[in-house]
Write a protein that binds this ligand. Sequence first.
Ligand SMILES: *Cc1c(COP(=O)(O)O)cnc(C)c1O
Length: 398
Amino acid sequence: MTISPSIMTTYGRIDIAFTHGEGSYLYSEDGKKYLDYASGIAVNAFGHCHPKLVEALKDQASKLWHISNLYRIPEQETVAEKLVENSCADRVFFCNSGAEATEGAVKVARRFAWANGEKDRTEIICATGAFHGRTLAMLAANDRPLFREGFGPSAQGFTHVEWGDIESLKNKIGKHVAAILVEPVQGEGGARKAPRGYLKLLQDISAENGSLLISDEVQIGMGRSGTLFAYQQENIEPDIVALAKGLGGGFPVGAVMAKAKVGDAMIPGTHGSTFGGNPLAMRSANAVLDLLLEDDFLKSLRENITYFDNKMDALINDDDKVSPVILCKKGSGMLRGFHLTEKFAAGDFGNISREKGLLLVGAAENTIRLLPPLNTSKEEIDHAFEILSEVVKEIKKN
Ligand SMILES: *Cc1c(COP(=O)(O)O)cnc(C)c1O
């Protein structure tokens, strides 16, 4: 089957269509079963068709879908309160995607400076390897020159520093800087975890300079790091946090969370979204939050993360020492990756793995990314690593 020409050709799609999913597994039209460790790119935080999510959506679907932000939305207030209660933030704005969350975060940061009378404080410092989304402004925030090609003038006010390098930041910081925008663990950039202490230094330097720190947790947030938010592991309190992917567990939901004094710069009329935070979206996010905050869920997730990490070590240990396939493991929590040696392409690795029934995602730096659902079981992890071990053996033959 070829893909319909009616679809705009923005993606290099794999020619598989799925009919249904259950837990960590997906079933394709031709009857094959796949262990889904791509999770719709870190979106299906609780796998496919989790009963609690299905129940919440079914219930809401028969009551009220959408009413717009012209009115109060109690479901939104519930989710915002849960997010605030469990984070360093005090205010939440809801949108529908990651790019809207990161771009919204930038708007909040700039508006805060402006409201404080600092009209020239507009610059946003980003890191090399960064990915923040595909809107016109976020194209300038990304460290992906190719993504900008052919799309006209770049948005002004974005600059990049070397990821993990404080000296590089010190050279760029100044009174013109509204915020530092950073992913605690870069996803698309190749499952790259910030060096320990880096985020704390970013926070201290930005605070000293009167700038804000924005944590882009669109991919690593909502439990994927092993804590509800990734910044919590570094003992910092960002001024703004961007959320999306896992937040709705498969329903499109994004959020910008901010400290009170920052969020309060957004007075009525300064920002908005027609769909953002509608009742259907909020019931999904509420169900995801309830599952994440259930007694011991995060604790057992952290046990599984350790289990997963040990499996990664064992796979590397079993790899050929003379001509290895894997260079090293990368990432953190349940946003992991294997950096492959130059001889082996991550794309080929992903194709072989898929043929063997395990779905993975590529990333920059010749990295194959593993994004399991957060509720995956030890048995499923064992199954995944059995397949991975076969893939490592087979890729050498090609
Ligand atoms: C995916 C991603 C985005 C963009 O999200 P979209 O929903 O595709 O707009 C932004 N930031 C990070 C860190 C991401 O992983």
